[in-house]
Design a protein around this ligand. Sequence first.
Ligand SMILES: Cc1cc2nc3c(=O)[nH]c(=O)nc-3n(C[C@H](O)[C@H](O)[C@H](O)COP(=O)(O)OP(=O)(O)OC[C@H]3O[C@@H](n4cnc5c(N)ncnc54)[C@H](O)[C@@H]3O)c2cc1C
Length: 122
Amino acid sequence: MKRHVRIGIPIRTNSPKCLFLLARQGFIAPFGDSPSVGIGGITLGGGIGPLQRSIGLISDNLLGLEMVDAKGRVIRANKNCNADLLWASRGGGGGNFGVYTRYKFKVHRAPAEATVYRITWL
Ligand SMILES: Cc1cc2nc3c(=O)[nH]c(=O)nc-3n(C[C@H](O)[C@H](O)[C@H](O)COP(=O)(O)OP(=O)(O)OC[C@H]3O[C@@H](n4cnc5c(N)ncnc54)[C@H](O)[C@@H]3O)c2cc1C
C-alpha cells in the first residue's frame, strides 16, 4: 500500500483534496493548524503543527519535489536525485531556489481513536 501523497500547488492546507481524502482512507499528514495557509510556503518554511511531536514537521515528511528554476528548467528532487536540493528545501526553500510546483509527502496511518478538544479563552 502506498504511504505517500502527491500535492500540486497552489493548494491550501485544509483542502478537501488532501486532508479529507486522506482521512477517509485512514491516513493523517502534518499540515499545520490553519486553513488559510498555502502548502507552498508552509512546507518550505518548515511547517510546525499540532501533530509535530508524533509525526514531525511538514518538511520532515517531504519526500520529493518538483520545481521550475530561473532558467525555466523543471527540476525534481528526492533522496536519490538532487538530494541536496530536497534537504535545503526543507526549511530554506521559500522564494530561494525556484517555484515549487509539486510535493510528495509521507503519510501516516491515523490512530484508531482520537480525542478532540475545544479550548476557549474568556
Ligand atoms: C493565519 C496563519 C496561520 C499560520 N499557521 C502556521 C502553522 O500552523 N504552522 C506554521 O509552520 N506556520 C504557520 N503560519 C506561517 C506560514 O507557514 C507562513 O506564513 C508561510 O510562509 C505561508 O505560506 P503561503 O504559501 O501561504 O504564503 P506566501 O506569502 O505565498 O509565501 C510565503 C513565502 O514562501 C514562498 N513560496 C510560497 N509558495 C512557494 C512556491 N510554490 N515555490 C517557491 N516559493 C514559494 C514565497 O515566495 C514567500 O517567500 C501561519 C500563518 C498565518 C497567516
